[in-house]
Design a protein around this ligand. Structure first.
Ligand SMILES: [Cu+2]
Length: 285
């Protein structure tokens, strides 16, 4: 028997604690400084930047928890394994210290995240940067007067985009000028979809009869991915396209060209409205 030379429970706990602290410190530093700058959804807009920050912070908080579980599991496998006859360990009842720590730490983590989320939601900084959420017809931010209005019209299974300030022209491609605030008005003609412009940090429910508004300011010229993020029927998976952020002059000539090219189609569209309703029997002509 090696019972006399086996480490005491306190020694085990101290070892586990030491391994956990070292690994957690490494993981948190790696997440904050190495992985963080590459976390989704990037920083093409202030909203995307904030979401990336939130993802980084949450990952940094969760890593020590995950590492704690894995370290304990690995240590238990190695050191606490019953090698001869199998026998249950003593039951753990009413360990007040363990319960106290468990409830205390869980409470601290949850309340910290709730406070952080609430602060981020209501801080003047994020309100000024725009609201990517699109939770209804009114914005929590105040977009500038020259903001570009774009209506996102969703239907099974594609998005089209209407520009009310440019004669109400409707296009199958979404192009936006760089550094100009855009206000998306998201709606649907049939079932519930979700307009997800990944790199812009915008995800807005597209609900029939609803005008969900979100504003954002694209800060970089380039392309971004648009996906439907709500299961909407058999071709939901094919409901995606690529949007484009253009230099201002290029956007101006693009939209001017769209107006001319689509003039025939625009004249047959119903007048611009916050919402539309399906017209299966063609009452609108
Ligand atoms: Cu969809």
């Amino acid at each position: 028997m090696t019972a006399t030379s086996a480490p005491q429970p306190d020694v085990h706990m101290r070892r586990i604690l030491a391994i956990w602290i070292v690994l957690s410190a490494i993981a948190v530093l790696l997440i904050l400084f190495v992985l963080g700058p590459h976390m989704p959804p990037g920083d093409d807009t202030a909203q995307a930047h904030e979401q990336r920050e939130a993802n980084t912070i949450i990952a940094a908080i969760l890593a020590p928890i995950a590492i704690g579980l894995l370290v304990y599991f690995a240590y238990a496998l190695r050191s606490f394994r019953q090698r001869d006859e199998f026998e249950d360990g003593p039951a753990l009842y009413g360990d007040g210290r363990l319960q106290g720590w468990w409830i205390g730490i869980s409470l601290a983590i949850v309340l910290t995240l709730a406070a952080y989320g609430t602060y981020a939601l209501y801080s003047t900084e994020s309100a000024a940067a725009g609201s990517g959420g699109g939770q209804g017809p009114t914005l929590i931010s105040t977009p500038p007067a020259n903001a570009l209005q774009v209506q996102v019209v969703s239907q099974q299974w594609q998005f089209t985009f209407r520009y009310p300030q440019y004669g109400g022209v409707e296009t199958t491609r979404l192009a936006l000028p760089v550094n100009r605030t855009v206000v998306f008005h998201v709606t649907s003609l049939d079932v519930i979809h979700s307009f997800w412009a990944y790199q812009l940090g915008v995800k807005v429910d597209a609900v029939p009869g609803a005008d969900n508004v979100a504003d954002v300011t694209p800060a970089k010229v380039g392309t971004f991915t648009i996906r439907c993020a709500e299961l909407c029927g058999v071709w939901h998976g094919a409901m995606h396209t690529t949007g484009e952020v253009l230099p201002a002059a290029q956007f101006a000539s693009w939209i001017a060209h769209q107006r001319v090219q689509n003039a025939g189609g625009t004249s047959k569209l119903p007048p611009y409205n916050k919402v539309y309703y399906p017209d299966p029997i063609g009452r609108a002509g």
